[in-house]
Design a protein around this ligand. Structure first.
Ligand SMILES: [Zn+2]
Length: 314
């Protein structure tokens, strides 16, 4: 029998950052404010850290972690102790996490990540263009050992033991084109790029009108969001996938769970869940020690069966 400690490290076991920087420019969907964003390589163990260069340099660092989330209305917003915010982080973080980038410094001159075409496609394309660089530190993993669930107003978000990161999403928008949809995917770089990254954010006309009247969704348009009016889609180019809505909600969940700061080894199931529930789930996970084990991805993969059957042995 081979001892995993004797086996050579693979690239998959190691943390990665970008091999080079890339930049995007564009408005944020909610603030409507335009920003130039540069995503740069970062040191091992640093995670995803935003830096707002339009504020005083000593106040600009905003780490993107589950505990720095301060607003989940419409999108996920992270803030620092000075109240400096970065909104709509979820599509970029989903692209970085699913592409195997553990550490990145994201420099912005505005308060919101550019929405681009409403999906994560352009971020994934940029990451592929600049490439990845392995770092000499092991990837971290959170292995789910017991089910953990958050329920609120008929919606729920749950994590359960599973040997690999699996995402399942159920949505229900009665009397609309969307209707009931569900989508399941194994988190993986190729699958994410092909099946999830192009899925765009969406809204219902009745909600969008109310949001705009309250000064929200200022940057939203048919160029960066699918807009559904009852049984009709207002975007003339049509859908990229028949279940594009469920795919986008899956993408959102991957981005929200990337705020854990490690790969979650387990099955996520969202039922009508969104940014708020996803963050509550992470907070419960982090505070409820008996539901998970924090380890390296290498150890997690080798010891999964032992963890699943004998969680107390870890
Ligand atoms: Zn989204």
């Amino acid at each position: 029998m081979t001892n995993h400690r004797d086996e050579a490290l693979t690239k998959h076991d190691l943390q990665h950052t970008l091999a080079d920087a890339f930049s995007c420019i564009g408005p944020g969907v909610h603030t409507g404010l335009s920003a130039v964003m540069t995503v740069m390589p970062a040191d091992a163990d640093s995670g995803y850290v935003f830096f707002r260069k339009d504020v005083h340099p000593e106040m600009g660092l905003v780490p993107a972690r589950w505990h720095t989330v301060t607003d989940t209305q419409l999108s996920t917003t992270v803030s620092n102790r000075f109240g400096v915010r970065v909104s709509t982080v979820e599509h970029l973080l989903a692209a970085l996490h699913a592409s195997g980038i553990d550490n990145a410094r994201i420099v912005l001159d505005g308060p919101e990540v550019p929405i681009m075409d409403g999906s994560a496609k352009c971020f994934v394309d940029f990451i592929e263009q600049v490439g990845k660089k392995a770092q000499q530190r092991l990837r971290q993993a959170i292995v789910i050992t017991q089910p953990i669930k958050i329920e609120l107003n008929g919606a729920s978000a749950m994590l359960e033991p599973h040997p690999s990161p699996l995402f399942e999403m159920h949505i229900d928008f009665p009397n609309t084109l969307i209707g009931q949809q569900h989508y399941t995917t194994q988190l993986g770089e190729h699958t994410f790029k092909q099946e999830l990254a192009p899925a765009r954010t969406f809204g219902l006309t009745k909600h969008i009108e109310a949001l705009k009247a309250s000064g929200l969704a200022k940057g939203g348009s048919l160029k960066n969001a699918l807009v559904v009016d009852g049984e009709k889609l207002l975007n003339q180019e049509g859908l990229r996938f028949s279940d594009e809505f469920a795919r986008h909600k899956t993408l959102d969940s991957i981005g929200d769970l990337a705020l854990a700061g490690a790969t979650i080894i387990g099955k996520f199931t969202g039922y009508k869940s969104g940014h708020h529930l996803n963050n509550l789930l992470l907070r419960k996970l982090m505070h409820q020690n008996h539901s998970s084990v924090y380890t390296t991805l290498r150890q997690a993969q080798h010891r999964w069966q032992a963890i699943a059957h004998y969680p107390e042995a870890i």
